[in-house]
Design a protein around this ligand. Structure first.
Ligand code: NAD
Ligand code: GLY
Length: 366
């Protein structure tokens, strides 16, 4: 079954930085879908060596009607390349092609390409327009929306970046057909996240449809992407720069980022680390009194059914604590976790190191 080519639209309301998120199947080939993008002479499609052979030609053809020159830059693929050296390749291309400050950047790929292209757009000539064309489930439900851009540092994940909003997010669901199963599961972690922190009815729906989602049933994927984008747009619309509420979107991420950087970027996928991190954060929430054991078991079972790991790697409690202190939410060396204070609602809290050690002892591989 294919969905209609006419996209659904979720608006993210940020005053003069508002933009549409278009969601539908086979959107890449339709020039009208790019109507929200400012006119310019030049476009640069930033993608990677995996995504380029799949979708760069189609996007380039579509954009050729709107831009006199459309360049394509292929970055090396992978979280391990989300760094200064790779970011600099984007600046090399922009300067090498003589791109001016109206040049529009198109991020065609997953969250790695999206975060790096967004950061390049934020800083090239102090800011040029950019468009997110996410091609992973994770990027469609989370990273392409909300304007967080970043690269990693060997000492910490996403530590260098900027808030910078795109002009448009175009989620072409047809691109998910080529996604490896492990990457689909990684995206499901971020879909599941929205339930416990914000919308228990959505969690019920995900539970009922998890097999359809894993099987890539188009209507199920379309609803999951749309509802996730709606929730993210509501949260970011209230707190663009993470002064408060937006932090709830980091449920599972404090443990998850420690897993990612502790193992070495790219060993576990970001979504895998977040999925497992949510299991640990749920246990911590239980110890802090926000949820009961049945809730933790329910969430863990769903994460497992999504094809995600639920047992954390044995990095050692001290290493976990050390890594988690580098988290952006930490204040004066105190780790702050997003925990569930009641089903469907999350808050940020610190927890005694002893309690965190107990959670790690319970949830890590022997
Ligand atoms: P990714 O960008 O590494 O993509 C995953 C893999 O899938 C890559 O190998 C990629 O080349 C490949 N791929 C992409 N689209 C494909 C397609 N349609 N068919 C086949 N292969 C395809 O990883 P991701 O999970 O998309 O994103 C993770 C990144 O996103 C992390 O760096 C994380 O920090 C970041 N992130 C950012 C935010 C934010 O708000 N900015 C939110 C969540 C995650
Ligand atoms: N993925 C967390 C955020 O966008 O705030």
């Amino acid at each position: 079954m294919r969905l209609s080519a006419s996209p659904e639209c979720v608006e993210i309301q940020l005053g003069d930085r508002s933009y549409p998120i278009l969601i539908g199947s086979d959107l890449l080939g339709e020039p009208n879908n790019f109507a929200a993008v400012t006119a310019a002479a030049t476009a640069l499609i930033v993608t990677n060596t995996t995504v380029a052979p799949l979708y760069a030609a189609a996007l380039r053809r579509t954009l050729a009607g709107r831009f006199s020159a459309v360049h394509v830059l292929e970055l090396p693929d992978g979280e391990a390349h989300k760094d200064w050296q790779t970011l600099n390749l984007i600046f090399d291309a922009l300067l090498g092609h003589g791109c001016d400050r109206k040049t529009v950047l198109f991020a065609l790929g997953g969250g790695v390409v999206g975060d790096m292209t967004g950061f390049a757009a934020a800083s090239y000539m102090r800011g040029v327009p950019f468009v997110q064309v996410p091609t992973t489930l994770l990027a469609q439900v989370d990273s392409s929306v909300g304007g967080k851009t970043a690269i990693n540092h060997p000492l910490g994940k996403n530590m260098i970046g900027a808030f910078y909003q795109p002009q448009l997010v175009l989620c072409d669901l047809a691109t998910l057909a080529t996604l490896p199963p492990r990457e689909l599961s990684a995206g499901l972690a971020e879909v599941i996240k929205y339930g416990p922190i914000y919308d228990m009815r959505f969690l019920d729906w995900i539970e009922s449809n998890i097999d359809a989602l894993v099987a890539r049933e188009p209507a199920a994927l379309a609803y999951a992407v749309k509802r996730s984008c709606e929730i993210k747009a509501e949260v970011v619309g209230q707190d663009e720069r993470e002064i408060g509420l937006r932090a709830i979107l980091n449920f599972g991420h404090t443990f998850g980022h420690a897993i990612e950087s502790g193992l070495g970027y790219g060993q576990w996928l970001h979504g895998e680390a977040v999925g497992c991190g949510m299991v640990l954060a749920a246990h911590l929430s239980q110890r802090l009194g926000g949820v009961d054991k049945a809730f933790v078991q329910r969430l863990t079972a769903l994460i497992e059914r999504a094809g995600l790991p639920v047992v954390a790697p044995a990095l050692g409690a001290e290493r976990y604590l050390e890594l988690m202190r580098i988290d952006k939410k930490s204040e004066a060396g105190e780790i702050r976790f997003v925990v569930i204070d009641k089903p469907g609602s999350a808050v940020m809290r610190s927890a005694p190191d002893a309690m965190v050690r107990e959670v790690l002892a319970q949830c890590c591989a022997a």
